[in-house]
Design a protein around this ligand. Sequence first.
Ligand code: HEC
Length: 479
Amino acid sequence: MSKVMLAGIAGALAAAAVPPTFNRDIAPILYKNCATCHRPGEVAPFSLLTYRDAAKRAKQIAAVTQSRFMPPWKAEPGYGSFQNERRLTDGQIAMLGEWAANGAPEGDAGGDPGAKPAAPVFAEGWQAGQPDKVFTLPEKFSLAADGPDQYRCFVVPMNLDHDVYVKSFEFRPDNRRVVHHAIVFSDPSGAARRLVRNGNSYPCFGGPGFGPTGLVGGWAPGGSPGVFAKGMELTVAKGTDLVLQIHYHPSGKPELDQSSLGMTFGEAPTIGRGLVFINSRAIDIPAGESHYVVKTGMTIPQDVEVLGITPHAHYLARDMKIDARLPDGSITHMIWIKDWDFNWQGQYRYSQPLKLPRGTRVELEYTYDNSAANRRNPSNPPVRVHWGEQTTDEMAVAFMSVKLASLADEQTFQRQMGLEFINEFLAQAEDINDFPPEINAVARARLALAIGLFDRNHDGKLDAEERKALMDFLRARVQ
Ligand code: HEC
């Protein structure tokens, strides 16, 4: 071994022997990974900007980073690679632990001011610049000092006189102490307006309560504005209402909120996009059951590139795994969340779009814990749980936004996906007349007719063979 190398190793060992200090080692970690939420006026319960703030919580910081409870990031490494991943490295976690174990030294106190890192500066106002148009909640929403979290859908008319093509959107929480997260839907049908009871909003916990739904995007603390790639602008038809679903967490004081959504507009899209909606209603979890598994899936009818994925369930879900089984038999892991937390649901955008060839089967496997030991169980004692939109119901859903080979494929893709949706429904249905509300009246009538024709043995059900014959017939008509 050369002398230079030996000296290098000795230097590294010496550096490792010096306990980490706030100024040199810890502040940069906290400022980069924690301060977006842990600063005054933000969603986290305390600030971590100064030495005093951090030092008095050193042990707690060590514990929550060690357990990876903080920073909140649910996707397991190795199962999909995502933009803006919020994960500390093992080295950073060890450093925080060592700092706490050594009594949380500040380091260089009163000495060289240059050694003190500057607190991060966060842009006030719109993060991505002034939007072309701002849509604000029509009036202030008042939230009680305490009580359970509130999930509220606000209907905001866009008042457009022509179609627009959204280039980017930015949700701007007005009262950051109470706005925990938001999901923005678009409703061209007027269905959401009819759900409003008082003022301009209605309570909505699971979905927005109407379907089918356009999904614009979501926001959670520390999130960045949503940007649609050039050529993939989101078309929003005139007459559309925005539906802002906001999750409020009471702060201990009565609070008001009037959040808004900014949008920038661009040219009509030139690249095709589609939405894959995977959903199972076959959920019936016995009270006390701690390991209830729901499996479902969807076959992808065209070559696609998956841009992002949004798994969704309520409080009982613990583990969510989504894999893609390609036609050649290989598996692409799409996402795995081992410790689902309804409060930290997110939209996950892939760092590189995932290519899935036509015929790929996306398989979803969610596990639920309906025992009393699950501290997130909304029912105590546990009760039997079915599919539904309420806090005490469950869901097994995933949305995927995909890029298609061309703009011309969009309509066909959505029709094909509609068929795949029906196929999954028929495969799971106990009663084929119990169509989900996503299937509208006309489609129901047609489908009932088709099912009648393909029910060769007239037993009122479609067995696997009859279902395949029906699907082959329908698929041939939407190529
Ligand atoms: C995206 C926002 C966000 C980021 C980033 C974040 N936190 Fe938090 N943190 C919260 C919120 C919100 C809470 C309150 C508990 C909850 O709602 O889950 C919290 C709670 C905590 C707690 C108290 C936990 C308890 O058991 O009460 C500690 C300690 C903490 N965070 C440390 C950190 C550290 C250290 C980092 C960076 C390595 C970090 N947080 C990054 C939002 C965040």
